[in-house]
Design a protein around this ligand. Structure first.
Ligand code: HSE
Length: 444
């Protein structure tokens, strides 16, 4: 990168100067970004202080029909497009990790700001990308990476920058919320609900990323990093998906006044020695029906933030889909373009707090344990003594079924995940416990 480019990044191109954009990818999101940039060009010029001009669109298949897109804009050489002198800003909406990472690094290293919607990329490589952006003095924006147009990244980076966030819990995957909601409200089976979510276009191409919680874990990593000023990567997030949640679990939760949601939970926790650590996890969670997150139905997303001064805040809306994602991408294009025109930026992925990442076992939670037990005297005493040995107290115990086939549902008070896991291990080996049907966590 030349010193002229660095100087320009500091001072800006000047009011009225155009911002040249390279669009990488022209799928549902890319096409909608292009439509918005074209149809609302005048508004953006006013909002930015200069026009946004799309210099080129990198695609993998040049032969594909793309009505309304000038042919001369299309190229299959993304690297050459990024390198053009008249490109100031690169917009990555390709998806995947390795190839977009190379392109994004090319752009940043060449002193060009980047807007990406790629949560997997950011959750896996945020450190390297942020370093490259800071070294070049350019912006790396990724509002669309978490819950599309719901303003989560901007809220954490800017709106709540004056506060001290304690906890962020959210429904950040529409597919799994749709599936769990359909299972609860219509009695649909897991497979039927997943097929419907795929038909409606909510699920990723490979729904494993949705149903096993990986998509939500990427978003949890991003939210925890921003909320706690500490780098949290995808692999730091404990992750359990919804593929083992059964209709029986949903019915049992319902009966006890809960609804099951796949939550991404990011929180500060205080260790026994009084120091703080960060915990991020994704798992099916029993949420009390009166909690605002319990009311989030279909494929909607919601993020619930608890902060010292602001108190509790909830952000709700469509967290996926071409249009909402494009809205967030174009919002970032406007923000990054303002800096390109007027100059000035500051490192936004600040990880100064460097809190240690807590092990999943350190989390504080409650367990809802559903098991088949023998129906004879002393069974309850044998089971409850295992909880007592670990210092875990029981909140409720419910028994159902016949003499031969008794079902016991135990809900604990808050305890360390590690102690609760140990109890479950012991329960499975007790003679009186025929089977542990399910173990779910409860958000109290
Ligand atoms: N498949 C994701 C969802 C889309 O269901 O929410 C956005 O990450």
């Amino acid at each position: 990168m030349s010193s002229t480019v660095q100087e320009l990044n500091r001072t800006g191109k000047g009011e009225g100067q155009p911002v040249g954009v390279a669009l990488l990818g022209f799928g549902t999101v890319g096409a909608e970004v292009f439509r918005l940039l074209t149809e609302h060009a005048d508004d953006y010029t006013h909002r930015i202080g200069g026009p946004v001009e799309v210099r080129g669109i990198a695609v993998s298949d040049l032969a594909k029909q793309r009505p309304g897109v000038p042919e001369e804009l299309l190229t299959d050489d993304a690297r050459a497009l990024i390198a053009r002198d008249d490109v100031d800003l690169v917009v990555e909406v390709i998806g995947g990790i390795d190839y977009p990472r190379e392109l994004v690094l090319d752009a940043l290293n060449a002193g060009k700001s980047v807007v990406t919607a790629n949560k997997a990329l950011v959750a896996a490589h945020a450190d390297g990308l942020a370093e490259a952006a800071d070294a070049a003095g350019v912006d790396l924006y990724y509002e669309a990476a978490v819950a599309a147009a719901i303003p989560v990244v901007g809220m954490l980076r800017r709106s709540l920058a004056g506060d001290h966030i304690q906890r962020i819990s959210g429904i950040v995957n529409g597919t799994t919320n749709f599936i769990l909601d359909a299972m609860e409200s219509t009695g649909a089976t897991y497979d039927d609900a997943l097929a419907e979510a795929t038909r409606l276009g909510y699920a990723e191409a490979d729904p494993t990323a949705d149903v096993e919680g990986h998509d939500a874990a990427s978003k949890a990593a991003i939210m925890a990093s921003l909320g706690f000023y500490t780098r949290v990567n995808f692999e730091d997030v404990y992750c359990e998906g919804i593929s083992n949640v059964t209709s029986e679990d949903i019915a049992a939760a319902n009966q006890a006044g809960y609804t099951i949601k796949l939550l991404a939970i990011c929180e500060r926790l205080t260790r026994e020695d009084g120091t703080e650590a960060v915990n991020a996890r994704v798992h099916p969670t029993l949420v009390p029906k009166e909690h605002p997150l319990a009311t989030v139905s279909e494929s909607y997303n919601a993020i619930f933030v608890e902060a010292e001064a602001a108190g509790s805040l909830m952000f709700y809306g469509n967290g996926a889909g071409g249009y909402p994602t494009a809205s967030a991408v174009v919002g970032d294009i406007v923000g990054a373009s303002r800096n390109i025109v007027y100059g000035g930026r500051a490192p936004e992925d600040n990880t100064y707090a460097k809190l240690p990442i807590a092990d999943a076992g350190e989390a504080l939670t409650c367990y809802h344990i559903d098991m088949q037990v023998d129906e004879r005297t002393g069974v309850l005493a044998a089971i409850s003594s295992e909880f007592a040995k670990q210092g875990v107290s029981l909140r409720t115990v419910r028994q159902e079924g016949s003499e031969e086939d008794a079902r016991l549902i135990v809900v604990t008070h808050t305890a360390r995940e590690s102690a609760l896991r140990e109890i479950v291990n012991t329960l499975t080996s007790l003679d009186v416990v025929k089977e542990v049907n399910s173990v779910l966590r409860l958000d109290s």
